[in-house]
Write a protein that binds this ligand. Structure first.
Ligand code: NAP
Length: 197
């Protein structure tokens, strides 16, 4: 953000930039992660009035918490360092905050992992038994495409959405910002499948 000449209002509110466009020699910062995460979730569920839990309190969490609140969900943020979750909840207007082991202590219809746990490792940020069987679970981690969290969630009966869809939807929005044209989601998803390990 500090290196941009200007940052759009949404990215400023989120507090994170993942896309830079060049307009008239000026670097403009935007954030497509929030809409990418929301569209990935909306492949499986509507979000209005849903009880959502976001694991993590870094840059990806900031975007998805903003997006969930924008769509009318109630959000609880759980993080390894709960004080970061509390600060983010206060800043973005989430309803609750706590530590990762508090997942089962409250309602959860939509679960989003934004921690880096599971990235190129067979590990999950939460115990399998804490995942509600009726939840929709999205993992930001897309390498591997099927993470331990998603396997655990599916085994519990939950619906899962892979990080591929977050990646593809946010990238499609980036292409729209850069070119003004709609991106072919199916072509991008197929390219991901070819490149995935
Ligand atoms: N699919 C997509 O399009 C997409 C988009 C954005 C991000 N991502 C992925 O999302 C992940 C997070 O990205 P980010 O930019 O938000 O990273 P970040 O700002 O560095 O935040 C990392 C988060 O992970 C937590 N964490 C790290 N190691 C942990 C561990 N061993 N146990 C528990 N929690 C741990 C951190 O907790 P503390 O606060 O306690 O340190 C923090 O909440 C990455 O894997 C990234 O690739 C995917």
């Amino acid at each position: 953000m500090a290196l941009c000449d200007d940052v759009d209002a949404t990215a400023r509110r989120i507090g994170a930039v993942n896309t830079v466009t060049l307009e008239g020699g000026r670097l403009l910062g935007a954030n497509t992660d929030w809409i990418g995460a929301v569209r990935a979730l909306e492949r499986a569920t509507q979000l209005r009035d849903r009880e959502a839990v976001v694991l993590g309190a870094g840059g990806a969490a900031r975007a998805v918490v903003f997006g969930l609140i924008e769509r009318g969900a109630r959000v609880r943020i759980l993080n390894r360092r709960p004080e970061r979750a509390k600060a983010l909840a206060e800043q973005l207007g989430a309803h609750g905050a706590g530590a990762l082991d508090e997942l089962a202590s409250g309602p959860c219809e939509v679960l989003v992992n934004t921690t880096s746990v599971g990235l190129r490792e067979d590990a999950s940020p939460v115990a399998a038994g804490a995942i509600p069987p009726n939840a929709v679970v999205l993992d930001a981690v897309y390498d591997p495409p099927e993470t331990r969290l998603l396997r655990d969630a599916a085994a519990r009966g939950a619906r899962t959405v892979g990080g591929k869809w977050w990646l593809v939807h946010q990238a499609a929005e980036q292409l729209r910002l850069w070119t003004g044209r709609d991106a072919p989601l199916d072509v991008m998803a197929a390219a991901f499948d070819r490149a995935a390990p």
